[in-house]
Design a protein around this ligand. Structure first.
Ligand SMILES: Cc1ncc(COP(=O)(O)O)c(C=O)c1O
Length: 490
């Protein structure tokens, strides 16, 4: 954004409010559509009239409140405790349950919740010089991030290519004396399948190790789907051995972004999550979560969203979502050459292509060109490339349009044929080490692949190149490409 004078966002003379908003709206025009049920990742849209306005008003009420000190702003503490209580109740905890002492904290998102679950587990075992965590490869990448940030070793467990779940025996075999945490997903993001939580928690408990259930994605839908009659396996605090659960309110609780809840079975398990410091001349500091200063806005918005939708609202939205998932899955089944990678058991539809003439990455681009924004997933460890659809309630009215659009996009992708990258480029991707990447090579690659600012509508070549690269090179290329995008505007 540029203004007549000054640099970037900071003009010499302030710009009138209406114009600033116009500028933001003009920028937003280039974004993927956050509403309307055609974006199957990044956003969670219930399609409920008036909910955005309520959440925005609630956010504004508390935006300047600081969660740094709960004694200074009791309003925030009250809302946080109410939200945590609701999450705990939904997930099998609270008075009258087998987990009456559940406690929790509101974090900024799933990643922060997972980092803190790992931190709590690590810091509960100060006797271990080299702590480790056991995570199925279908576990969210945020566990790898937590392991990296916290210097905890990661022991990945493979998943069965047919069930997309880890074998419990493999999880048990991966547990060592240094293991501080075992992870299960309910469900996994990539494929939407629920791990065998009860069995995993049992082997963790037998080894005296904590078990975290990552229900960031599905923790706010599985309970409603179960009430609607779906065969949801046990995954919450009703399962003995589950010591902590994360659930993101900015996903299927439909709260604006910036809110997840991390629950522990009791306060003793939670204690090592906190950080306190009194060894400096400033205010005595105690932080339950990673951030110190934190805005009350997201918590107030989540509180308002939960209160407004209520149990009946979430049940209704879950029923809409369930029906939308079934409709989308039928649309996939109806196309020759496409195959569901997993039978939908939550709110994900994930499919692959069995036909070499049908390039999934080209298909994703063809869907994009038709206004349907899906998420490509690269082939990994014996699992084929796939297309991921996160389905929310707002998709329901669109389902009937999706089938014809998919069929049309498949025909166009077949006609276009698979991406063919120059053989020397593919050879380079397959053989280059991350260390051998030079800045010039990166810039050349990015330009050759048409990567620039803003959403690229044709990403098939980029995805094909990434898929040809070994995992470490994929990571390095991603870092470099995004580094090219993150440049200040002067
Ligand atoms: C299962 C699961 N865990 C963790 C996360 C990370 O959440 P966030 O993006 O809010 O950090 C996600 C995000 O999609 C998820 O699906």
């Amino acid at each position: 954004m540029t203004d007549t004078a000054g640099t970037g966002a900071l003009p010499v003379e302030g710009v009138p409010a209406a114009r600033v908003l116009d500028e933001i709206r003009a920028l937003r025009a280039a974004d993927r559509p956050t509403h309307g049920g055609r974006l199957f990742a990044y956003v969670y849209d219930p399609g409920v009239a008036g909910l955005d306005e309520l959440a925005q008003a609630a956010h504004a009420e508390s935006a300047h409140v600081n969660g740094l000190d709960p004694t200074a702003f009791p309003s925030l503490l009250a809302m946080e405790n109410a939200v945590v209580g609701a999450a705990a109740r939904l997930l099998g905890g609270g008075p009258g349950t087998s987990a009456p002492d559940v406690v929790g904290s509101v974090t900024s998102g799933g990643t922060e919740s997972l980092i803190l679950a790992v931190k709590a587990a690590r810091d509960a075992r100060p006797d271990l010089a080299e702590p480790r965590i056991v995570v199925p490869v279908s576990g969210h990448a945020a566990f790898a991030k937590a392991a990296h940030y916290l210097r905890v070793a990661l022991d990945p467990v493979p998943v069965d290519p047919a069930t997309l779940r880890p074998a419990v025996a493999d999880v048990a075999a991966a547990i060592r004396p240094e293991t501080v945490l075992v992870v299960a997903s309910a469900p996994s993001y990539a494929h939407g399948v629920v791990d065998p939580v009860a069995e995993i928690a049992a082997v963790a408990a037998a080894a005296g190790v904590r078990c975290h259930v990552d229900a960031c994605f599905g923790g706010w839908t599985l309970p409603w789907l179960r009430r609607l009659g779906a065969p949801v396996p046990p995954f919450d605090f009703a399962v003995p051995g589950v010591t902590s659960i994360s659930v993101d309110l900015h996903k299927y609780a439909y709260a604006p972004k910036g809110v997840s809840v991390l629950l522990h079975r009791d306060a003793g398990l939670r204690a090592p999550q906190f950080f306190a410091y009194a060894d400096w001349p400033g205010y005595t500091m105690v932080n339950p979560v990673i951030a110190s200063t934190r805005s009350g806005g997201p918590i107030a918005a989540a509180y308002a969203t939960l209160r407004h939708l209520g149990e009946d609202g979430y049940l209704r939205l879950a029923a809409l979502t369930r029906d939308a998932v079934a409709g989308l899955a039928d649309a996939v089944r109806a196309v020759d050459g496409l195959r569901l990678l997993a039978e939908p058991e939550s709110t994900v539809v994930c499919f692959t292509a069995d036909d070499p003439g049908l390039d999934l990455f080209v298909l994703v681009d063809e869907l994009t060109a038709r206004g349907w924004h899906t998420q490509p997933q690269l082939a990994y460890a014996g699992l084929p490339a796939s297309v991921h659809l996160t389905v929310t309630a707002a998709v329901a009215p669109r389902v009937a349009e999706f089938g014809p659009a998919l069929a049309e996009a498949v025909a166009a992708a077949r006609a276009a044929g698979p991406v063919v990258l120059p053989p020397e480029l593919l050879a380079l991707a397959g053989s280059l080490t991350p260390e051998a990447l030079t800045p010039d090579l990166i810039v050349g690659l990015a330009a050759g692949l048409g990567l620039g600012a803003g959403p690229a509508d044709r990403m098939a070549a980029v995805n094909t190149l990434l898929e040809a690269a070994p995992v470490r090179l994929r990571e390095r290329l991603l870092v470099e490409f995004v580094g090219l995008l993150q440049r200040p505007t002067w």
